[in-house]
Design a protein around this ligand. Structure first.
Ligand SMILES: Cc1cc2nc3c(=O)[nH]c(=O)nc-3n(C[C@H](O)[C@H](O)[C@H](O)COP(=O)(O)OP(=O)(O)OC[C@H]3O[C@@H](n4cnc5c(N)ncnc54)[C@H](O)[C@@H]3O)c2cc1C
Length: 389
C-alpha cells in the first residue's frame, strides 16, 4: 500500500517555519525523559504554590497541545484545520474534579459544545468523560456491585440525569457524542449507563459512542456481547476504538491488590486485539459506527485496507479516524487530503486544570529505549525538507 503518512509537507502544511521551529524546540525538550520528570515535578509544585508559571506553560506545551482556555479560543484553530479537511472535537479537558458544582459545569460545557457542533460542519462530534459528570468512587462502588446508601443513590441519580441530558440533546440536534473510557475499575458502571443511552438514543443510527480500550483483553468479547444485545433490541452501536491510556495504573493496581491484570500480555497482543475489534466492527458496519482514535500508522493503514476490501467509500459517515491536536499530523492531514473522515481532539480549559492532560502528552512523547520520539522524527524530516528547498 502507498505510504501516504510519510508526506510531511502535507502533514505540516499549516505550520509556518517559525511554528515548526517552535514545535522542534518543544519536542526536543520532551524527548528527554529525566527532563520531563523533573519538569513535571517542578511545574506541579509551582502551580500548587501559585507561582506565576502559567505564561511559560502557555507559550510552550499548552499552545501546542490545546486550542485555548475556553471554547471560543478554539474556533480559529477549528477553522484553520478545516481548510485542509480536518475536523475538530472540542474536548473540555479539565480533570480530577470531585464536586457537584464542577460536574454541573462540565455538563453545561458539554451542552455548549453540542450546540457548537450543531452549528458547524467542522465539528462533527461532542465528547465528555464519565468522571467529569460524577465521582470516581461512585462508579467504582457500583461496578463492584456494592449497595449505595441513600445519599449516594441520590448522587448517582444526578449522574444518570446528566448523561440523560447530554444524550437527549445530542439526539435532538443530531450530533454524535463520544464518551471517553477511563480506568477499568470504574468503567463497568459507565458501560452499563452508556449502553442504556445507546438503547434509547441509537434507534435510527449511532448518536452515542462508548469507547473500547483494546489494551484490555476482555474487550472483544464485550463488543460481541453488546452486539448480540443490540441485535435483539434493535439499536446501533457507536464505538471509539483506542488502545488505552492507563496501562501503568492498571498494572500497578492489579499487582498491589493481587488480581490478574486486565491488560494484554504484550504490545503485540494489544495491536492484534485492536485490529480485531476494527475488523469485527467493519464486518457488522450496517449496525455500527467507528471512531478509530489512534496514532498508530499500521492500524490506520489496516483500517484503510479493510475499507477498500469491503468497498466502503472513503467518506462513509460511519467511519472516522481520530488523533489528538498537536500529534500525528502526518496521519490526520494525509487522511483528509485522501478523502477520509478525520477529526482531531482539541482540548481546552484553564491552564492549571489541563495539566494532567498535558503531562500525559509530555510523557508519551519522551524517547523510548533510546529511539527519538515519533513526533520529533517527523518534525526533523519536515525541517530538512524545507531546508533543501
Ligand atoms: C482521538 C483519541 C481519543 C482517545 N480517547 C481515549 C479514551 O477515551 N480512553 C483512553 O484510555 N485512551 C484514549 N486515547 C489514548 C489511547 O488510548 C492511547 O493511549 C494512545 O492513542 C496511544 O496508542 P496508539 O493507538 O495511538 O498507538 P501506539 O503508540 O501504537 O500504542 C501505544 C499503546 O499501546 C498499549 N501498550 C503499550 N505497551 C504495551 C504493553 N507492553 N502491553 C500491552 N499494551 C501495551 C498502550 O495502550 C499504549 O498506550 C485516545 C487517543 C486518541 C488519539
Amino acid at each position: 500500500m502507498e505510504k501516504i503518512f510519510d508526506n510531511t509537507q502535507i502533514a505540516f502544511s499549516l505550520k509556518s517555519d517559525t511554528e515548526l521551529e517552535r514545535a522542534y524546540f518543544l519536542f526536543r525538550l520532551i524527548d528527554n525523559q529525566p527532563l520531563v520528570r523533573i519538569g513535571t515535578a517542578v511545574t506541579n509544585f509551582a502551580i500548587k504554590a501559585h507561582l506565576p508559571v502559567e505564561g511559560l506553560i502557555r507559550a510552550t506545551v499548552f499552545d501546542h497541545f490545546c486550542g485555548g482556555v475556553n471554547e471560543e479560543d478554539c474556533l480559529p484553530v477549528v477553522d484553520k484545520m478545516y481548510t485542509k479537511g480536518v475536523s475538530s472535537v472540542l474536548d473540555y479537558s479539565v480533570e480530577g474534579k470531585e464536586e457537584e458544582a464542577q460536574f454541573d459545569a462540565a455538563l453545561e460545557m458539554t451542552l455548549k459544545t453540542i450546540l457548537f457542533a450543531e452549528e458547524r460542519q467542522a465539528i462533527p462530534f461532542a465528547v465528555f468523560k464519565p468522571t467529569g459528570f460524577g465521582r470516581f468512587e461512585l462508579y467504582e462502588k457500583l461496578g463492584e456491585g456494592q449497595t449505595l446508601n441513600a445519599q449516594e443513590q441520590a448522587e448517582w441519580e444526578r449522574v444518570v440525569q446528566r448523561f440523560e441530558t447530554v444524550c437527549q440533546s445530542a439526539h435532538a440536534k443530531n450530533v454524535a457524542l463520544l464518551i471517553d473510557a477511563e480506568e477499568s475499575w470504574m468503567q463497568d458502571a459507565a458501560d452499563d449507563l452508556i449502553t442504556e443511552m445507546m438503547r434509547k438514543y441509537n434507534k435510527e443510527k449511532a448518536i452515542v459512542y462508548n469507547t473500547l480500550q483494546m489494551y484490555r483483553h476482555d474487550r472483544l468479547d464485550y463488543l460481541k456481547k453488546l452486539h448480540k444485545l443490540a441485535q435483539n433490541e434493535g439499536f446501533y452501536i457507536g464505538m471509539k476504538v483506542v488502545r488505552g491510556a492507563y496501562m501503568e495504573k492498571e498494572n500497578n493496581r492489579a499487582e498491589e491488590k493481587g488480581y490478574s491484570t486486565p491488560i494484554c500480555a504484550s504490545k503485540a497482543a494489544t495491536d492484534l486485539n485492536y485490529d480485531a475489534a476494527i475488523r469485527y466492527m467493519l464486518d457488522n458496519i450496517d449496525k455500527m459506527a467507528i471512531f478509530a482514535g489512534t496514532h498508530n500508522e499500521a492500524s490506520s493503514y489496516k483500517l484503510i485496507e479493510l475499507m477498500e476490501e469491503r468497498k466502503i467509500k472513503r467518506g462513509d459517515e460511519r467511519i472516522w479516524f481520530g488523533q489528538l491536536y498537536g500529534m500525528s499530523d502526518n496521519i490526520s492531514f494525509n487522511l483528509a487530503v485522501n478523502g477520509y473522515n478525520v477529526a482531531k481532539y482539541l482540548p481546552f480549559g484553564p491552564v492549571r486544570d489541563v495539566m494532567p492532560y498535558l503531562i500525559r502528552r509530555a510523557e508519551e512523547n519522551t524517547s523510548v529505549a533510546g529511539q527519538t520520539s515519533r513526533e520529533l522524527t517527523l518534525i526533523k524530516t519536515e525541517r530538512n525538507r524545507r531546508k533543501r528547498k
